[in-house]
Design a protein around this ligand. Structure first.
Ligand code: DGL
Length: 282
């Protein structure tokens, strides 16, 4: 029997680099019937140490590019870009935009029994207090802790390395000290941290559940698409149709396509092939 044709949305996923592929991986599990356009701003990463104005400027430029390529829904997979630039992106985009902070905060809220959460992220995400605001709005007490060394360690591939373990022990003992001692959720507020989840599990107090926003963001995307198909909200502008098959993936990187292919395969857990180098004008 021939496979029926289905309506396939085109989803643009943005990150400062390859880290957002952890979110793409969750999306592929949850929403396999979609075309994906992934943009990694590898030439200008890290975003985590940059100012809000710079991050907003870079992110808006990149999502405009994704829209030109046909993105009908945008996922800002980068925690730093969501924290610093979500409102700017929403204003600039003509399509729906989903960030990672609200879904992450919601997931942590559902898991925390004593309503106390520790959030770790980049310097910029933590200083923006975007997670604090999202969690406090849900009546959750928050301790935020910047862990700037994790991104370079993960990019180096040191995901099970004794140095990373030592760094994690120091960060987490500070994070869970004093009034945060009885927090029962560790929320991973950075795209890179899911890759060191097993190591973080080893050094996090046993009573603490580890939550990352990739899965809950993918759930939010699935919900949004469902509401489109149920006609509750505007359907995507230009959905294409094709027979049900593996998702179509295209990647755009502002630094070397070759480097993106190599590192991206590690983050996605799948072979990354169709990569185009993009030079965004300032
Ligand atoms: N993608 C960033 C985040 O989730 C981490 C890497 C960077 O600093 O650019 O915050």
């Amino acid at each position: 029997m021939p496979t029926p044709s289905v309506s396939i949305p085109t989803i643009g996923v943005f990150d400062s680099g390859v880290g957002g592929l952890t979110v793409l991986r969750a999306l592929l599990d949850r929403v396999p019937d979609a075309n994906y356009l992934y943009f990694g701003d590898t030439a200008r990463l890290p975003y985590g140490s940059k100012s809000a104005a710079t991050v907003a400027h870079y992110t808006v430029g990149a999502v405009r590019y994704l829209q030109e390529q046909g993105a009908e829904l945008l996922v800002i997979a980068c925690n730093t870009a969501t924290a610093l630039a979500l409102d700017d992106v929403k204003r600039a985009a003509g399509v729906e935009v989903i960030g990672v902070i609200e879904p992450g905060a919601e997931a942590a809220t559902l898991v925390s029994k004593n309503r106390k959460v520790v959030v770790i992220g980049t310097e910029a995400t933590v200083s923006s207090h975007a997670y604090r605001h999202a969690l406090e709005a849900r009546k959750i007490a928050v301790r935020e802790k910047a862990c700037p060394l994790f991104v370079p360690l993960v990019e180096e591939g040191w995901v099970e390395h004794p140095v990373t373990e030592q760094v994690a022990r120091i960060y987490l003992s500070e994070a869970f000290s004093k009034e945060a001692r009885d927090a029962d959720v560790l929320l991973l507020g950075c795209t890179h941290y899911p890759l060191i989840k097993p190591l973080l599990r080893q050094v996090t107090p046993e009573h603490v559940a580890i939550v990352d926003s990739a899965e809950s963001t993918a759930q939010e995307v699935a919900r949004r698409l469902e509401s489109w198909t149920m006609g509750k909200t505007k359907p995507p502008l230009a959905s294409t149709t094709r027979a049900g098959s593996a998702p179509h993936l295209r990647f755009f990187a502002t630094d070397s396509a070759e480097k993106f292919r190599a590192m991206g395969t590690r983050f996605l857990g799948l072979s990354v092939e169709d990569v185009l180098h993009v030079d965004l004008k300032e």
